[in-house]
Write a protein that binds this ligand. Structure first.
Ligand SMILES: *[C@@H]1O[C@H](CO)[C@@H](O)[C@H](O)[C@H]1NC(C)=O
Ligand SMILES: *[C@@H]1O[C@H](CO)[C@@H](O)[C@H](O)[C@H]1NC(C)=O
Ligand SMILES: *[C@@H]1O[C@H](CO)[C@@H](O)[C@H](O)[C@H]1NC(C)=O
Length: 387
């Protein structure tokens, strides 16, 4: 396919606001090389009683009393163009504080991920992750919060921040939840840059915009694909200009609802996304609950449908015996037969490199400089002495 054709396809899949190339040449878009703590990365502590007056934390001077009585700690991480009251915070924090006896930290690194600077935002994530790791290390070292009590919940780029934080914490994290972890510029990079099952004892993922802003490929111990992870019901009506943004945001909405849903988001296991697309999944397979209350023993990919507006959860799925139909395909539905790592890599490659050459007229050296980091392995972790 010719590049121009790819571009129109992309134009369809991506709104301007989601196009990572928009800010490439904008002089106001900066990669910040800073140290931790950093004025551009702040941490706000919320509890049920301080929800309207959160405490701004100093990672180098933490007050143990702020965290008393001892409770599980949920750390919410926003994404591109976000801030501490943006998704997932806006959806999840109030439900957590209303229904669960937990403390919540909302990280705010808005100055480092401003529109239209997507490429620079991605390059700023290691700094954000180092600062978050510094906070976590200090909380745990000083026995203010135990490592087992900490759970990171990241949306979009925030999901990738959670994964990168694993590069800098002293102890392996207990749980990370990735809510539609961001795709653009993460597909071709090394594992150290993106969220994967190696980053915590348990990584659960919800995919809600796999053809747009979110990754398609399985990225956790368990991966849930509501509505195929693609077109979320209700989104065409809700946001005709940019249904992708609505699809993307469904992941934190579902997660928030899962905290106190009475029926629950139940998904059924299938060996992979493509197998499911081909209609080759057994419809009597095991079901598991998606979201906040997912069992940490669950492994694999799960599929479910949701309602088009809140409440989204539809409860358990009905068992329909389709084994005879499946038998006709003489297919051993097995990971080895159908490779389910079929992320639209071409699209990605185009987006990351080709598009820049073809579509944007620019100075070659500058382009090289901007994209150089994509090929480079992760820089050596920030020396421990900044912590
Ligand atoms: C904070 O971010 C701005 C850009 O948004 C940058 O100019 C400034 O140097 C950053 N400050 C630090 C301490 O990194
Ligand atoms: C869950 O909690 C939210 C408030 O945080 C409330 O609005 C909602 O009605 C609750 N849902 C159920 C099913 O109780
Ligand atoms: C939060 O505080 C209110 C009273 O201010 C109380 O009724 C509620 O039970 C508390 N919620 C939790 C989860 O502790």
């Amino acid at each position: 396919m010719k590049s121009t054709a790819w571009f129109s396809l992309l134009g369809f899949l991506w709104s301007v606001s989601a196009n990572p190339l928009v800010g490439l040449l904008d002089p106001n878009c900066q990669v910040v090389r800073g140290e931790c703590p950093n004025e551009n990365v702040s941490f706000w502590l919320y509890s049920n009683s301080t929800r309207d007056n959160p405490i701004l934390l100093n990672p180098l001077d933490l007050n143990p009393w702020d965290f008393q009585p001892s409770r599980p700690l949920k750390i919410l991480i926003h994404g591109y163009t976000g801030y501490r009251d943006f998704a997932p915070n806006s959806f999840i924090r109030p439900v957590l504080l209303d229904n669960e006896d937990v403390n919540v930290i909302s990280i705010d690194y808005g100055p480092l991920v401003r529109y239209p600077c997507y490429i620079q935002a991605v390059q700023n994530l290691p700094l954000v992750s180092q600062c978050l790791a510094q906070l976590i290390n200090n909380l745990v070292d000083r026995a203010i919060v135990s490592n087992e009590q900490i759970h990171l919940i990241g949306f979009s780029l925030g999901g990738q921040v959670a994964g990168q934080t694993a590069n800098y914490v002293k102890r392996k994290m207990k749980r990370i939840t990735g809510l539609d972890p961001a795709k653009p510029l993460f597909i071709l990079g090394p594992d150290s840059r993106r969220l994967d099952p190696g980053d915590a004892d348990f990584v659960d993922i919800i995919h809600s915009d796999v053809f747009g802003r979110g990754v398609l490929r399985a990225a956790g111990h368990v991966d849930f694909y509501p509505n195929f992870g693609a077109q979320q019901p209700g989104c065409m009506e809700e946001n005709m200009q940019d249904p992708g943004s609505c699809n993307h945001e469904r992941a934190p909405r579902f997660y928030a609802e899962s905290i106190n849903s009475t029926v629950g988001f139940w998904g059924r296991q299938c060996s992979g996304w493509l197998v499911h697309l081909l209609g080759l999944c057994p419809t009597t397979g095991p079901q598991e609950k998606m979201g906040y209350h997912v069992s940490e023993d669950v492994r694999g990919s799960y599929f479910l449908k949701t309602a088009s507006q809140a409440p989204y959860a539809l409860g358990k799925l009905e068992d329909v015996d389709n084994r005879q139909t499946l038998a006709k395909f003489h297919l051993n539905i097995d990971h080895n037969e159908i490779d389910d790592d079929y992320e639209p890599q071409l699209l990605e490659a185009f987006l990351e490199l080709d598009a820049v050459n073809v579509v944007v007229k620019m100075d070659e050296d500058d382009l090289d400089k901007q994209l150089d980091w994509i090929d480079r392995e992760e820089e050596e972790p920030l020396s421990r002495n900044v912590f």
